[in-house]
Design a protein around this ligand. Structure first.
Ligand code: SF4
Length: 484
């Protein structure tokens, strides 16, 4: 009988993409996706370890699965992702009913490990980034089950070389390694041929993409240097990031209508990236630009490598170079040692930045990070909550104003499907990454492009009136294949 599986994904886009890969592997082996763990033969929990309650979420879910496993001893439970990479054998020690634990550097081994566990019992396989050839670590060759047919993530680099004091990513995802330029362009071509019209270039620090490749290739000319670093680099062969070149190359692929990316780091942001965004018609006018704090003292303690003033200068340059740019950000309040003056500075910079929206967090210490050791200067939680509320007011004010300014504008949207709140209308996404709800006299498939006139604006979305359909969706409708 064809087996069935459930995959639960916690955390960031990198994990979502890894889950698409794991699903692709299981489905290539004939398994079918089900929604309920009670109907599954295999359950995969793809974990995150960024937030404090990440552990609670995992062990809570494993607790619920224990009851199912007691009823069905053939049920296989696998734990993957960053918390698996960090906690390793601790997971099977705390939850003996787990069959497989694998990390962030061996996603491609998911199926083999499940087969191994079915025959030989539970297995924990955690590899270090350096333990494998880079190409092996890039699961790009793996089958993928995309969550959205018309849009796809493209992982451009793994790991991160930065040392932000609050962040666990470098220790669970390893050092920064960029994928060869040519591999990325051919992956985008393959996706476009498969009907994908929107891609998101994905990495922990995308704007340093290719620095390692150019550094390794700058001296001796090798025939495939163009494959590794892109044709544009051959002219100057400097040891520079290649991200601007990649935006241009991805946008030039036939069939690609929109190019997005996440996440850049302000300290590495260069003018050539803004120019590439402005000069590449497919590059969307949205920049997610994590500020984290406005205080220079806190930014230094976080090892972010820029000041509040420098951040605003970069933002000014981006907005001058890319007309109509939408800017979102991440901000942490209550970082250890944050004084009232520090926080006032964060409010000042956030107000001056006029963000379209922001992910705001109260600092939570993650075991294994430098900041987790700063207990002596932890900020009182009540104070942090009060600061969080004051920041939310500043962010909502600029977000509402930004959406108000879109009233009367004709926006190009990608149809994403029926509105979750009101299925009688459609939801679309603008190039500035804002949701628009609008009515359509005829059904429109996800992935269809249309123009909509904005008639109303609220904090998180816009309301619009359909003007015209501009591009039909190109992807084939996925007909679930029932294996066996
Ligand atoms: S840039 Fe900083 S916050 Fe982002 S993944 Fe790297 S270490 Fe973490």
């Amino acid at each position: 009988m064809a087996k069935s599986y459930v995959i639960r994904t916690y955390g960031c886009q990198m994990n979502e993409h890894d889950s698409e890969r794991i699903s692709g592997l299981l489905e290539a082996d004939g398994m079918t996706r089900v929604d309920d763990e009670a109907d599954a033969d295999v359950v995969v929990l793809n974990t995150c370890c960024i937030r404090e309650n990440a552990d609670n979420k995992l062990y809570g879910a494993l607790g619920n699965l224990k009851a199912l496993k007691d009823q069905n001893s053939d049920l296989q439970i696998a734990v993957a992702g960053c918390l698996a990479q960090k906690d390793r054998e601790l997971i099977t020690e705390r939850a003996g009913h787990v069959d497989v634990v694998f990390g962030t550097h061996n996603v491609d081994r998911a199926l083999e490990l499940l087969d191994h566990a079915a025959e030989h019992g539970p297995i924990v396989e955690i590899l270090e980034a350096t333990a494998r050839e880079d190409a092996e670590r890039f699961p790009s060759a793996l089958p993928t089950r995309r969550e959205v047919d018309h849009a796809s993530w493209v992982t451009i680099q793994l790991g991160c070389d930065n040392t932000c004091a609050f962040c666990i990513v470098p220790s669970v995802r390893g050092p920064e390694v960029s994928r060869p330029f040519g591999d990325l362009v051919s992956e985008v071509e393959t996706l476009a041929a498969d009907g994908v019209s929107e891609i998101t270039l994905l990495g922990q620090n995308v704007n340093s993409y290719g620095r390692d490749l150019a550094l390794a290739r700058r001296s001796d000319a090798a025939p495939d240097d163009g494959h590794w670093c892109g044709e544009r680099w051959l002219d100057d062969r400097r040891a520079r990031p290649l991200f601007a070149d990649l935006i241009r190359a991805a946008g030039a692929v036939d069939g690609i209508h929109r190019v997005r990316f996440t996440s850049p780091h302000p300290k590495d942001m260069r003018t050539d990236v803004f120019e590439a965004m402005a000069e590449t018609p497919q590059a969307c006018e949205h920049l997610h630009f994590p500020l984290q704090s406005g205080s220079d003292a806190i930014l230094a303690a976080m090892h972010r490598g820029y000041t509040g003033e420098r951040y605003l200068e970069k933002l000014e340059e981006a907005r001058t170079t890319i007309p109509g740019l939408s800017v979102t950000t991440d901000i942490i309040v209550g970082f250890p040692g944050e004084t009232d003056e520090d926080f006032e500075r964060t409010l000042e910079v956030a107000a001056a930045a006029e963000f379209d929206s922001a992910f705001t967090f109260i600092f939570s210490p993650r075991p294994g990070t430098e900041a987790a050791e700063m207990q002596d200067s932890f900020v009182d939680h009540a104070v942090a909550v009060e600061r969080y509320e004051r920041l939310r007011v500043v962010i909502e004010r600029s977000g509402r104003a930004a959406n108000q300014r879109r009233i009367g504008v004709i926006e190009e949207v990608t149809v994403e499907g029926p509105s979750k709140k009101d299925p009688s209308v459609l939801t679309g996404r603008t190039r500035r990454n804002t949701l628009v709800h609008f009515a359509s006299p005829t059904p429109l498939r996800p992935g269809t492009y249309a123009t909509v006139e904005v008639v109303e604006a609220s904090m998180n979305h816009l309301l619009g009136e359909l003007v015209e359909v501009t591009h039909a969706a190109r992807h084939r409708t996925r007909i679930p294949v029932v294996a066996g």
